[in-house]
Ligand binder design. Structure first.
Ligand SMILES: [Zn+2]
Length: 140
C-alpha cells in the first residue's frame, strides 16, 4: 500500500482521543538523536515499508507529543484552556494538579507515514491503522 493511500484514509492527522481521553498533539518535529534522555526502543526497520528506521545514524522518523486528559469528562477545549492558563502562570503552574499529561509519543516514518505510538504510561507500543484516525479516536 502506498503512503498516499494510507494518509488519504485518515480523517485526523493523529487520533483525537486515546481510550476515550482527549488528546492534544504538539506538532511534528524531526527526530534528533539527542531528543530523548532515555531513547525509546524503536524498531530497526519500519513495519510499514521495511526501510531502516535510521539513515546514516539519524532517525528517519518525525515525532509528536500527545497531551492526554486525565479524565474522560475533559474536552479538547478544556485542555486548550488549561494549557493557556499554565503558560500564563509559568512556574506557579507546577502547584496546580495537572489535568493532562504528556503521555504519548508518536513516531511517523518519513517514507510510508506509518505511525507508531509509545504510551509512556503503560510502556506499550501501538501501530496505528486507519480506524484510529476517525472521530472516535483510538481505543486500544
Ligand atoms: Zn515506513
Amino acid at each position: 500500500m502506498s503512503g498516499d493511500l494510507l494518509t488519504m484514509l485518515r480523517v485526523h492527522d493523529l487520533p483525537p482521543t486515546w481510550d476515550g481521553l482527549a488528546v492534544l498533539w504538539s506538532g511534528w518535529e524531526y527526530a534528533s538523536p539527542g531528543l530523548f534522555i532515555c531513547p525509546p526502543p524503536l524498531r530497526e526497520v519500519c513495519e510499514g515499508c521495511g526501510l531502516p528506521t535510521t539513515e546514516r545514524g539519524f532517525p528517519a522518523w518525525s515525532t509528536n507529543r500527545g497531551l492526554v486528559a486525565v479524565s474522560a469528562v475533559l474536552t479538547h477545549d478544556d485542555l486548550r484552556y488549561e494549557e493557556e492558563n499554565r503558560a500564563r502562570l509559568g512556574a506557579l503552574a507546577h502547584r496546580r494538579k495537572p489535568r493532562a499529561l504528556f503521555r504519548l509519543h508518536a513516531f511517523r516514518c518519513h517514507s510510508c507515514s506509518l505511525d507508531d505510538i509509545w504510551d509512556t504510561d503503560t510502556d506499550e507500543w501501538w501501530t496505528l491503522d486507519h480506524t484510529d484516525y476517525g472521530d472516535d479516536g483510538s481505543t486500544g
